[in-house]
Ligand binder design. Structure first.
Ligand SMILES: [Zn+2]
Length: 415
């Protein structure tokens, strides 16, 4: 039994077109008209397969196919259809379209799995609109997605009115929580969004774990003063101290981390932000990612020490405030083994790799047995219009998903 690769590729293109904007970019921001259009298309394909399609209280769109015994827990597949601004064709969409393709292949082959099957389009995975993502998967897992109807998006629109496009409200989101006993496992097919598979020319990645992410806000405080009349020796320049620290981050991370450890400063601002004033404060973000929570703590500690040394050298003070913490998330061993078994059965070359990027699976694996399948992103590019995965890799990935579902379907209980 094999999927129809051409159908998958053409559906990826069709959904991509749903994100077409007047400025020539392709963006399906969560809850936008483009996003709704993409979901309607997905639902229309599901309905053609006689799958029922419903939306839960958190806005997750769920296509359901009966199994031989619907009292058994369901096998879940899926991912997200929302994109970042000017996003790509594959991120998220592949997991949704691939999940439907598995169902369509079953229908065509007259194969009825023992377990019921569901393909989920999760709500607002990307999270750039309100500054927090993984909304739908958090709600399904019974974890508070921390949303309210009154919070404003980056355009100043209230969540309550924005979410009307789905017909949902923040207060009801947690009603989407699912009983873990109703789920056999969850399997997400996704593009790697990194270059490991691409660089090694490996068609499939069996994901071992998803990196944890710790985020901090750092403020260095010096003294704002006249840029013309303050001698160099008399300055307490917050930006110079911050720059000295930021410059050391790669070195410290490489010295104490491993090949997967990354640390990034992604935002920075100075006050008073004037061409003729020495910066009095410099505030910036710091993010540390790794597969090992202890190592992340060690990197944090070493970076704190480095910041402390540099600030005392420049006579400035600092604060180092944790803002969020996500533990590294290992995939379920038995689901991972089933994915690996499926790749072997198909005779496809693969490697076992961690994921540096966030996915709905990061949340799902905390409650449900979860596995992930990666296919290569050309040159490691993602979250971009230049995101590209070869048709052959897409077909391989969908076939691995199909075979994995068949394998887990044949397991009587999750061990
Ligand atoms: Zn994604």
């Amino acid at each position: 039994m094999k999927v129809n690769g051409k159908r998958v590729v053409s559906r990826l293109e069709e959904i991509y077109q749903c994100g077409k904007k007047d400025d020539g970019t392709y963006t399906r921001m969560a809850f936008s008209a483009e996003d709704v259009k993409g979901r309607e298309l997905f639902a229309s394909w599901a309905k053609k397969l006689n799958m029922t399609c419903r939306m839960d209280e958190a806005g997750n769109l769920i296509a359901h196919m009966d199994g031989q015994d619907n009292s058994l827990p369901a096998i879940l597949m899926g991912s997200h259809l929302d994109t970042v601004p000017d996003g790509g064709k594959y991120d998220g969409v592949l997991g949704c379209v691939g999940g439907l393709e598995v169902c369509e292949t079953f229908r065509e082959e007259g194969y009825v799995p023992k377990h019921p099957i569901e393909v989920i389009v999760f709500t607002d995975e990307e999270g750039f609109r309100f500054g927090k993502g993984l909304t739908g998967s958090s709600a399904i897992c019974g974890q508070d997605p921390d949303i309210s109807d009154s919070e404003l998006d980056i355009y100043g629109e209230a969540r309550g009115s924005v979410m009307q496009s789905y017909g949902i409200t923040s207060a009801d989101a947690l009603k989407a929580a699912r009983d873990p006993s109703s789920v056999h496992c969850f399997i997400e097919l996704h593009v790697e969004q990194g270059a490991r598979l691409y660089k090694t020319d490996t068609p499939v990645g069996v994901v071992s774990s998803i990196a944890g992410v710790n985020r901090y806000d750092i403020t260095v405080t010096g003294e704002a003063n006249h840029a013309g009349s303050t001698a160099m020796a008399d300055r307490k320049d917050a930006l110079v101290a911050a720059a000295g620290f930021i410059n050391r981050i790669p070195e410290v991370t490489t010295e104490y981390g491993n090949e997967f450890t990354v640390a990034t400063v992604g935002t920075i601002k100075v006050t008073p932000h004037s061409v003729n004033v020495i910066p009095g404060t410099c505030t910036f973000s710091l993010e540390i990612r790794d597969q090992d929570a202890e190592l992340m703590s060690l990197i944090e500690q070493k970076l704190r020490e480095t910041l402390g040394d540099i600030c005392s050298k420049y006579g400035v003070s600092y604060t180092f405030v944790p803002t969020s913490f996500h533990e590294p998330a290992p995939m379920s061993e038995w689901v991972k083994d089933n994915v690996e078994q499926a790749v072997k059965e198909l005779g496809i070359d693969y490697s076992v790799i961690p994921s540096g990027a966030f996915h709905d699976s990061l949340i799902m694996t905390s409650v449900f047995p979860t596995g992930m399948i990666f296919v290569p992103s050309e040159k490691g590019i993602s979250h971009s219009r230049y995101e590209y995965t070869k048709d052959a890799d897409i077909e391989n990935g969908c076939n691995v998903l199909l075979q994995t579902v068949i394998n887990v379907d044949n397991m009587t209980s999750s061990c």
